[in-house]
Design a protein around this ligand. Sequence first.
Ligand code: 26Q
Length: 817
Amino acid sequence: MITEPAIIVNQVAQLEKDILENLYSIQGKSRDLATTNDWYMAVAYTVRNRLMKNWIDTLHGLMDKEVKLVGYLSAEFLVGPHLGNALINLGIYDEVKEATQRLGLDLRQLMDIEEEPGLGNGGLGRLAACFIDSLTTLKVPAIGYGIRYEFGLFEQQIRDGWQFEVTDKWLRFGNPWEIARTELSFTVKIGGHTEHYTDEMGLYSARWIPEIEVKGVAYDTPVPGYQNNKVNFLRLWKSEAIESFDFEAFNRGDYSKAVDEKVYSENIGKVLYPNDEPLAGRRLRLSQQYFFVSCSIQDVLRLHELRGLPIDQLPDSMALQLNDTHPSIAVAELMRILIDEKQVDWDRAWRITKNTFAYTNHTLLPEALEKWPLSLFASLLPRHLEIIYEINSRSLAEVKSLYPGDDHIARSLSIIDEEGEKYVRMAHLACVGSHMVNGVSDLHADLLKKDVMRDFYNMTPEKFIGITNGVTPRRWLKLYSPGLSSLISDKIGEGWLTHMEDEIIKLEPLADDPAFQQKWQETKRTYKNELSIQVSRMSGVRIDPASMFDVMVKRIHEYKRQHLNVFHIIHLYNRIKKNPGLDIVPRTFIFGGKAAPGYHMAKLIIKLIHSVGEVVNNDGDVDGRLKVIFFPDFNVKSSEWVYRSADLSEQISTAGKEASGTGNMKFSMNGALTIGTMDGANIEIMDAAGKENFFLFGLTVEDIQALRKTGYRPFDLYQNDEDLREIIDRLQSGEFSRGDKHLFKPLVDSLLGNDPYFVLQDFHSYADCQQNISNAFLDRSHWTRMSILNVARMGKFSSDRSIREYCNKIWNVKPSY
Ligand code: 26Q
């Protein structure tokens, strides 16, 4: 018999005792009455308590004026389920498993009922979560500032192949991971007008008389580092009504005003906006952004004062990172507080502001660059608009001295867009108000410099850098792929979990080791079996775990080109229909992702995937060799099943459109091979993995520019290319749409009309590449070698590396590891 070390036995016994105690004292339940959720809550509180000491130490540490603090301002934090992550990072997974077992519980089942906080749309929100994880693991004190949305991104349901949105009520069963700091709240002004006056010192001053005031209450959520006794936290603001305001109106008998204000205040933090939605009616979105920014800046200044530092030292004691333009009103807010409330003069205030902020851009799509109609801006933030005008006029004065007489450049650099209806351009505000601007991959940074922010770059080239995104190997490998992780750790130790860049490369020599290859294949196969069971449970479709799992999970968008993938499926289907005896490598195509509720084309693409699946999955000629699956409600939690089971990762955006991508990294880290374009971080993944271990296809950014110049005529491709014609004709025949010839017309019209994302152009290169992949898949040993090499060479894509770069190049703080 193996005897367990006494300390572990004790720890397990203590855990068991604590779980029971929490069940009793917090959930108010006995063992006999407890529901699964009660048990989950009891376990969650037990685990949270084990973070408490380190968390409180961090709070004390915030007062240490010697240590520079990072504030990460982000409208989204897509953290994913907490329990599993906390167990891994505390290093008590096995002990809690054992303790729950002793209580007759199944830890896995408890983890499965955790509601995921879906407080993000996708890449940008998840990046913020990985970054806070890495900051803590690298022992950099940091606060993630954001919004405590009552409803996260909608839950996706599929009915008859169409997406339906259901409210995400993530808080309905309680949230054991947050602490409401009700005593920590700030007042935020909104609307109204400004007044100008000369103060008692004879200084010209401004006063903002708001229309209403809203209260923001801090809710803190711990973010544990990886087995290092450090805990940072997210500080998310909940919007509430200010009671006294209600009463004033109430006492005047103006009941409806009292109620309106309460409703308005509470609405501010209600719901996370999906991206890719039309701009109209976004008053609430701008209020949201300002609301959380104002609370956060007030909190930052409070901390700075608590540290007993003079205001001019703010840039030395805090680095504030703007996660895209969503929090960029912070530039004007800090200026406003410094000037109007702290009587700092303009030049000093500007120096402080600029040296404190840095801005990360996440998009090259011109239509996705945030801009607000001037009239809307003026009605919500009248004082900020005045400040922005002043910032703009000073900035343009500099521009004009550098480029005398060049009106064009002044117009292009102005924060105010004056062509047609006037707008405030938030990217310009963020750029002017920051000391550094970064893109999220090499290519993206390059295109920012050459294209989107060219004139800014020419003026201050030293301000622009690229920091390639990364993902945390703790969640994306250790937690979600425990089998592969143990296999790795058994061979090279556990150093890769915190020093991925230097350590995981040690796997390389094992790529050709037959015994290791076999274990690798078995592990991947176990995951594929599990996903197959999951899929048949969810959708009733049986899939073959021996087939190639060809996976595309990401938000649905035309630039990401899910429809290019579908075209390849239809192409294979056509080939089988012509020749049912065709020798073909069996594939399971797995899609997942949400479409913005108002983005009709994206919703039609979801319908297309289902429609093609319905036909292909049930066609006798296909005989199960092709299966098409749509994985509904893809999110962090359900992604656990997906990344680790993939053989092939689809990263097929139009070159120049995907800023970086981070799913591409998660797949590759989990041993999937990539079919990808020269876009975003794909290029760097290919460089790291080796060209021979990556399947590249499609036009480059330069090719596309050249083609645009000479004139791109997708209709000619349709006419002259038999394969494309057969695909599109089949789509138009109604065969995939139960006879409805018009269902996919908007999609076909767009492709034949101008095909803005070059789907038809790239089709052949894509299909040829897919054929190579099928051939490669047949050589199991070689495929496995490529898979192992991909993992071994992904060290660069740990978010720890990204954060180290932010520390060195932007924040001037010292990470330790
Ligand atoms: C803006 C205004 C109003 C309402 C919503 C929005 C909004 C919200 C979220 C706009 C954009 C987003 C999210 C963008 C995003 O996720 N971008 C992705 O960021 C990743 C991390 O850098 C990159 O890897 C992806 O390439 C990029 O698409």
